[in-house]
Design a protein around this ligand. Structure first.
Ligand code: PCA
Length: 206
């Protein structure tokens, strides 16, 4: 069976909920036909997130890692193309750590890119009527840290692929103000299910 590790984050930065976890939980609960989905929550911690991912990946050996993160500034589903070898944050993570332009992997590659066909994935999501776009920066916070680690692991194990998706707040999110962009939870669930289905179908054609 095609094995997928789906990841969401714990709340952070004063938000009582994290859209990424709400969506990941629902996708894992509803499932995708023919796909074995395992759910994991990651800490919003520069220091702990890589080990948390490694533990899950070594245990599961997934074919695909789908990582979700919340971005309150996003107004649509954002498919992240690239992870940068840098950590920087003025506000600090859930451990209160504020890295100042620190490399993730000293001497390692400056950037790592997903090997998934990101444009056709965007088209598949849009064809379901969900707003989506490709982003060329996942920021320098914990999501980027996790994505870099996942793409590094994919280089070590080429059968494995990974993608990071930033999600807006969902409609009804307790932290959403009247001017915060939101998407219905169901649309974001559909987007992630569609992406998994699309990747799985393409694999089966090979
Ligand atoms: N978003 C943060 C970290 C956790 C999350 O959901 C980010 O964009 O880095």
């Amino acid at each position: 069976m095609f094995r997928v590790l789906i990841i969401g984050f714990e709340p952070f930065g004063g938000y009582s909920e994290n859209s990424s976890w709400a969506v990941a939980e629902k996708v894992a609960a509803c499932g995708v036909e023919g796909v074995d989905i395992t759910l994991a929550q990651m800490p919003v911690s520069f220091g702990r997130v890589a080990e948390a991912l490694r533990g899950q990946v070594e245990h599961l050996c997934p074919d695909l890692i789908v990582m979700l993160g919340q971005s309150a500034a996003a107004d649509r589903v954002k498919l992240e193309r690239v992870a940068l070898n840098m950590m920087d944050s003025a506000v600090g993570d859930n451990d209160g750590y504020c890295p100042n332009e620190e490399p993730i992997n000293k001497g390692g590659e400056s950037a790592l890119l997903t090997t998934l066909p990101i444009k056709s994935l965007r088209s598949a999501i849009e064809a379901k009527g969900v707003r989506a776009k490709i982003s060329n920066s996942a920021g320098l916070y914990v999501c980027n840290r996790l994505y870099y680690e996942a793409l590094r692991m994919c280089k070590e194990s080429p059968y494995m692929q990974a993608i990071f998706i930033h999600l807006p707040l969902y409609e009804g999110h307790p932290s959403a103000k009247s001017d915060t962009p939101t998407l219905p939870l169901e649309e974001m669930i559909l987007a992630v299910q569609t992406l998994i289905r699309e990747i799985y179908d393409k694999k089966r054609e090979i």
